[in-house]
Write a protein of this length. Structure first.
Lengths: 281, 327
């Protein structure tokens, strides 16, 4: 074979010896646990945020804009004063900001699939859904950022929670748990749709009516009866109700359990669906 | 382990369709342990689909295959823990740095954080990527990306490595570097299945070649067997004295038949399937005292092999690798 090695002369800058050494020094560790693989993929998601922090702009600016616009535009008209309206809408804006961020989990997955790196992940001996679960775990950082920004903007505008800051923290956690479950709807979408843009458009098209036709911004009693009925069965309203309870110190266990149960159902349906679609890709 | 199996890759009647198209239509392959085996064919011949099935990325519709004795469908996990894959698109994360990419793979292979970092640095060093270690991969050149890709494949040295067109789109220098890495990997004992549409790549690296077209293996053998099976080699002789060409033709005819006179008045060409007979023929010239300026025994190129096997040139499909890659 040696007579055909015409290429080796051109190996400048590349130490073939070093490569041979690197090959021989490789050890074969045991397969990582599912948890370790998930956390590694979560780390990958956080690294991406670190390299392109601009991608957090929509997760931070949108909540600021929503809070300012709604408070000053509708505050007077709906609640008589901006400070009272702030108490009413902040739980809803918290939900809205975080829920919109979940669409990006689907967009990111769809983007990933167009690249060769997914092939490598899928040829590794790891727990198969680890890349998916890990990226959603990493995305929780975005949810946390979006939610925290809302709370800070609210506090700056004069919001003082009746349920104390503990209640606000509880509402933030509940919202993130719900969003973690909802993200799987969009990862499913991310595996079905053809392009990241299609995922984004479809996701927002679905979320806009769901968030606005809820009890987030107006009391449902003021709505036409057909619409009121829809608002009552809209799961987004359930999250807002639970948040409101926690932040105002009037939480009812039933409201919170309803949100948690919804999260469990979403997860139970969409995690297996996403995993199956991912495997077939 | 699987010491009982002498074969690293066994493929029997593997099939895969996408809609109406039969991408892979009954491929059979046997690759012995430690070999570099080439799958040669134009774009769309079914090479990539075959490799993706063997790497457990795509489920076959029919047939069976084993990698180091593990069934690719029922023992996919075992297969995954012994194979490495370098796909047609570089299988690295463009939004991370080179170092982060290798740490990521190290962690996913089960290394501790410290071991993954040490291994990443060692590989970056060996592959000449130390300086670019902290740059995002999206800013890498094609050759750097491919090197990182190969480094990622050997974070844990695979027993079987699948390479899907590893040099498509690379400049000649990067291509030579990649060839060097593949040889080093082969010398370390890794079995390599190499897909390529570059005929000289298979010729350079592989000890055995399967020619694939329309999802089927249409020819198989060593590079020289394949060449011999199609066109015979030709002996070219150039004389010092053009006036003695007639004598020379006569002398050559004693050993070989079909001597042709070239347009060059001092040159002759004769088909020569057997190199020994060719040597005899040349010796006969010197015995006759006919001085020669030079001679060569040329083998048909694999391009000619492909043309003879399929009735169309392979080069037609590889004229624009960029376009092919984009599709």
């Amino acid at each position: 074979m040696s007579e055909t090695r015409t290429g080796d002369a051109a190996l400048e800058g590349l130490e073939e010896q070093a490569i041979r050494k690197a090959l021989s020094s490789a050890s074969r560790p045991a397969r990582p646990s599912a948890l370790s693989a998930v956390l590694t993929f979560g780390w990958r998601g956080i690294l991406k945020i670190k390299h392109v922090p601009e991608q957090l702009i929509d997760a931070t600016m949108t909540p600021v804009l929503f809070t300012l616009m709604f408070t000053y535009m509708y505050g007077g008209a709906i609640s008589g004063s901006t400070s009272e309206y702030l108490t009413f809408i902040l739980p809803g804006i918290l939900m809205m900001s975080v829920v919109f961020t979940t669409v990006y989990s689907g967009v990111a997955l769809n983007t990933d699939l167009t690249k060769g790196v997914v092939d490598r992940f899928r040829s590794l001996p790891i727990w198969r859904p680890a890349p998916l679960v890990g990226s959603v775990v990493g995305d929780s950082v975005r949810y946390l950022v979006a939610g925290t920004v809302v709370v800070i903007v609210g506090a700056v505008l004069g919001y003082r929670p009746d349920g104390g800051w503990d209640g606000v923290l509880a509402a933030l956690v509940l919202t993130i748990v719900f969003s973690f479950a909802l993200a799987w709807v969009f990862t499913t979408l991310g595996l079905i749709m053809r392009s990241p843009n299609a995922v984004m458009n479809t996701g927002f098209m679905a979320l806009f009516p769901l968030t606005f036709l809820s009890n987030a911004f107006v009391p449902p009693e003021t709505l036409p009866s057909g619409l009121e009925a829809f608002v009552e069965i809209n799961p987004i309203s359930w999250v807002v109700t639970a948040n409101r309870g926690l932040m105002n110190g009037t939480a009812e266990a039933g409201d919170i359990l309803l949100v948690l149960a919804t999260a469990v159902v979403l997860t139970a349906v969409f995690v297996p669906l996403t995993s199956r679609l991912y495997r077939k890709k | 382990m699987t010491g009982a199996h002498e074969l690293a890759i066994e493929v029997e009647g593997l099939e895969k369709s996408f809609g109406e198209t039969k991408a892979v239509d009954g491929v059979d392959l046997s690759v012995r342990k430690g070999a570099v085996y080439g799958m040669l064919g134009p774009n769309g011949a079914g090479k990539t689909t075959t490799i993706r099935m063997l790497a457990t990325l795509v489920r076959p519709d029919g047939g069976a295959a084993r990698v180091l004795g593990h069934d690719i469908v029922t023992e996919a996990d075992e297969v995954r823990s012994v194979v490495g894959l370098t796909g047609q698109l570089a299988s690295v994360d463009e939004d991370l740095t080179g170092r982060e990419n290798l740490i990521l793979i190290g962690r996913l292979m089960g290394h501790s954080r410290a071991d993954a970092k040490a291994r990443a640095d060692e590989l970056l060093d060996s592959f000449g990527l130390s300086e670019a270690a902290s740059k995002l991969v999206k800013n890498y050149s094609g050759g750097m990306r491919r090197r990182l890709d190969l480094a990622a494949s050997i974070v844990v040295t695979p027993e079987v490595m699948f390479l899907d067109e590893p040099t498509t789109g690379l400049d000649p220098r990067s291509r030579n570097q990649v060839w060097g890495i593949i040889r080093a990997l082969a010398d370390a004992g890794t079995t390599i299945l190499l897909c390529t549409q570059y005929l000289d790549e298979a010729d350079q690296l592989a000890e055995g070649i399967a020619v694939i077209d329309h999802g089927k293996v249409i020819a198989e053998g060593t590079p020289s067997q394949l060449k011999a099976s199609v066109g015979s080699a030709t002996l070219h002789v150039r004389l010092l004295d053009p006036d003695r060409r007639g004598e020379a033709a006569e002398a050559l005819s004693r050993e070989l038949s079909g001597v042709e006179l070239d347009p060059d008045p001092a040159a002759l060409t004769v088909p020569c399937a057997d190199a020994d007979r060719g040597a005899e023929a040349v010796a006969e010239l010197s015995r006759q005292g006919i001085a020669i300026a030079g001679f060569s025994l040329g083998q048909p190129s694999l391009d000619e092999v492909f043309l003879a096997l399929t009735g169309r040139p392979a080069t037609e499909d590889e004229s624009n690798p960029e376009e092919v890659e984009a599709a």
